[in-house]
Design a protein around this ligand. Structure first.
Ligand code: IMP
Length: 186
């Protein structure tokens, strides 16, 4: 049976499906409305959501909490990235960054897997910077603004680059490694 990935975000699902394929982990989407706790830590948010989701679904599943942490904004939007994106969008974030020289930022992803034995979390981060203007049409969310370290292109300009370097890939690889071993042990 396929492992359930609790997400309503098709982009996240597609990224996870393609990354986990290499580990022979097949996934299906699950859409449940889980209220998130407030915390500055993606791992803490993911862990609490996984606990709530398991109480509802009673099946092994995983979910992800991700966010963009901008240094000059003291980590904003961080775990409030989804809320900030819906209110401010990329234009609003660029406005907040007007005249700011230090454009360092990082994406963080926390994957939480839950089953009857409890929750395990796996995190990944991708360092980079905020572009001066939005560039590219691929991906989602803040992708048009995020330039990973070592590149000149934004994630939205190069989907392959994102697939190689993303915070999500790093967290998913840690998870997949652990999950494959667990499945082998039975
Ligand atoms: P959540 O994990 O669904 O709460 O995601 C938080 C928000 O962060 C999303 O709505 C996006 O706006 C943003 N975000 C998370 N991951 C990515 C990514 O890989 N690219 C661009 N934006 C992202």
């Amino acid at each position: 049976m396929n492992l359930l990935f609790l997400t309503g975000n098709q982009h996240k699902f597609a990224e996870a499906k393609s990354i986990l394929k290499a580990y022979d982990v097949k996934i299906s989407p699950l859409n449940l409305n889980i209220e998130e706790i407030r915390s500055e830590s993606c791992a803490r948010v993911a862990e609490a959501s996984a606990q709530s989701a398991y109480e509802r679904a009673r099946k092994p599943l995983f979910l992800e909490d991700a966010g963009l942490f901008v240094k000059a904004l003291n980590g904003f939007p961080g775990t409030y990235s989804s809320w900030a994106f819906s209110r401010l969008g990329n234009k609003g974030l660029l406005r907040l960054m007007r005249g700011v020289e230090n454009r360092s930022a990082k994406f963080v992803s926390a994957i939480a897997y839950v089953d009857s034995k409890g929750v395990r979390t796996f995190t990944g981060a991708c360092e980079g910077e905020i572009a001066l203007s939005a560039r590219g049409k691929k991906g989602f969310g803040y992708d048009p603004l995020f330039i990973p370290k070592g590149s000149r292109k934004t994630f939205a300009q190069d989907a392959e680059l994102k697939k190689q370097l993303s915070h999500r890939r790093k967290a998913l690889e840690k998870f997949a490694h652990w999950y494959s071993l667990k499945m082998k042990k039975g």
